[in-house]
Write a protein that binds this ligand. Sequence first.
Ligand code: NAD
Ligand code: LMR
Length: 336
Amino acid sequence: VPKIKPKQVFSNQLQPRASSFKVAVLGAAGGIGQPLGLLIKMSPLVSALHLYDIANVKGVAADLSHCNTPAKVLDFTGQSELANCLKGMDVVVIPAGVPRKPGMTRDDLFNINAGIVKTLVEAVADNCPDAFIHIISNPVNSTVPIAAEVLKQKGVYNPKKLFGVTTLDVVRANAFVAQKKNLKLIDVDVPVIGGHAGITILPLLSKTRPSATFTDEEVEKLTIRIQNAGTEVVEAKAGAGSATLSMAYAAARFVESSLRALDGDGDVYECCFVESELTELPFFASRVKLGKKGIEAFISADLQGLTDYEAKALEALKPELKASIEKGVAFVHKQA
Ligand code: NAD
Ligand code: LMR
């Protein structure tokens, strides 16, 4: 298992390097898109920030462009401006789509968000097929397979560069474990594997660093809290949407990690939902090593030596995750 360095968003602000990466956010006027735009605008690694939405993005871009940081901000509205938004991008982040309301599952968003992700990824395939693609739109367990099928149909699929963003699960696990165990937040790292919905979210508490011991009851409570954390926010927002600020923070961390990898940093590890051979499922979230060409290695050691609780939870999540993956694949084939 690699030695994991403590992670912070924009830790490289301490040692600024001249870099010139181009990042696009699709769905940039939304609840996630706006704070995510702000956080990306703060990155010294970004020279261009392209903001795309179907409406209301002009004001967001004008606002952000007044921050005196290097990234040049441009706005793009509607399908006719999408190609120009995407040309030359190194990273494309997709938080476009509808969020949950209380009582809904992430899968309830499928009917609307599947088509949105399909259309946007078609444009990515046509205009910047070499970019890292970060899918945030739910249900991630299905939207990532949708994106993969679209890219395959276009003949440009590179499984090393397509990522479902599950960083928020890790951020939450780290926060809740540090709180419970009185650990210094910056030190805590909990890998979260599987997928991004309900029981498919599986925090590996036994692999927590620095190592910590948990009673069976603590494991059960923390696991359930991490799995239900999205719902906790949906209920607290009471109809006004789902996690946006913590999600923007998590997405910015994943963007920053991707840019550091593209910049040649040889020590970048993140959990994400990707095409994978770690289990019999075609997509699976695990820790991966990121490099200039995308995924460089899968950290299979995380899946070894699981506790009984984790091993059972891993088996239990597989049927749901498999069905969600197949639903995404079938959606694209039905439309073909
Ligand atoms: P939001 O409604 O506030 O914003 C969504 C934005 O997408 C809006 O500005 C909307 O105009 C835009 N949009 C809709 N259709 C579009 C299209 N065809 N092209 C471009 N933009 C389009 O929602 P939000 O709170 O920002 O959440 C967005 C998505 O992210 C939801 O699906 C939500 O479930 C998901 N999400 C995922 C995670 C995760 O961990 N992966 C966490 C939180 C939210
Ligand atoms: C989350 O985990 O917060 C997101 O997937 C949004 C949601 O619907 O819970």
